[in-house]
Ligand binder design. Structure first.
Ligand SMILES: NC(=O)c1ccc[n+]([C@@H]2O[C@H](COP(=O)([O-])OP(=O)(O)OC[C@H]3O[C@@H](n4cnc5c(N)ncnc54)[C@H](OP(=O)(O)O)[C@@H]3O)[C@@H](O)[C@H]2O)c1
Length: 248
């Protein structure tokens, strides 16, 4: 494939939570498709710099920005910083997310506030800021969860609540931004082998058994759907499962 054939050639993408896991795989995949990439992180500076080097090795520009999605100013500010560093913004991938799972009675007010701040409020504020910087052809792609479609056991109430809010966000953004030629899509990963949910973790076998394919997915498998949506032109307001059949 020549440079000019690549779907995202000349585009700029921002991936929140791009230092590890699905976000890191997505940053590299978007760069393979020709995009320059900004990524955010909170604690993983070295990991973020590794991703920057991986993007640069593909001949694209990259910048790592420390921006905590739980902080309202930082969630919105990452957009301006990315657009200023790379000369605009075409694709936002709302990937940063946290999971606090456990017995209902053990979830504290601080847990509720933190999960909603990162998984919901931060996504809204980053999307709102991105809409202000994007022109026609802009793409907002958000990472939800298979637990929006099916909560397969106890302990997932708060996480499922937070991820379910992204359905309304995506449909609303599609309607708000469609007239400007900007699309919004939602991707629901199933169990994906990352630091958040390692395939050799204590609950892994049960999760794999809940999928039709009987295995965990990889960050690359989610990233390929994100890359498709970043290039798609007549897709908006909808949800896409990359879950090995978790919802089947
Ligand atoms: N893995 C799964 O099975 C699975 C399934 C369904 C959905 N998801 C969703 O997929 C997304 C990525 O998950 P993952 O498994 O790749 O997670 P992960 O391995 O824990 O990586 C999380 C990434 O997000 C960053 N991050 C965490 N909190 C942040 C915050 N407050 N502000 C900005 N960045 C933050 C981390 O940065 P630092 O390195 O600085 O900590 C890291 O780069 C999440 O939204 C998650 O809910 C995951």
């Amino acid at each position: 494939m020549t440079t000019s054939d690549k779907t995202l050639n000349g585009k700029v993408a921002l991936v929140t939570g791009g230092s590890r896991g699905i976000g890191a795989a997505t940053a590299v995949r978007l760069a393979r498709e020709g995009a320059d990439v900004a990524l955010t992180y909170v604690n993983g500076k070295e990991a973020a710099e590794d991703v920057v080097r991986a993007v640069e090795a593909l001949g694209r520009r990259a910048v790592a920005l420390r921006a905590d999605s739980a902080d309202a100013a930082e969630a919105a500010g990452a957009v301006g910083a990315a657009a200023d560093a790379l000369g605009g913004l075409d694709v936002l991938v709302n990937n940063a997310g946290i999971g606090v799972l456990g017995p209902l009675e053990d979830l504290s007010l601080a847990d509720v506030d933190r999960v909603l701040a990162v998984n919901v409020r931060g996504v809204f504020l980053t999307s709102q800021a991105a809409a202000g910087r994007m022109g026609a052809g802009g793409r907002i792609i958000t990472v939800g969860s298979c637990m929006v479609q099916r909560v397969p056991g106890p302990g997932g109430t708060l996480y499922a609540l937070s991820k379910s809010a992204l359905v309304g966000l995506t449909k609303g953004l599609a309607r708000d931004l469609g007239p400007r030629g900007i699309t919004a899509s939602l991707v629901h990963p199933g169990p994906i082998d990352t630091d958040m949910n390692p395939a050799d973790g204590p609950y892994a076998a049960g999760q794999a058994a809940l999928t039709a394919l009987g295995r965990f997915g990889t960050g690359d498998e989610v990233a390929s759907m994100v890359a498709y949506l970043a290039g798609a032109t007549y897709v908006t307001g909808a949800e896409y499962a990359v879950d090995g059949g978790h919802a089947a």
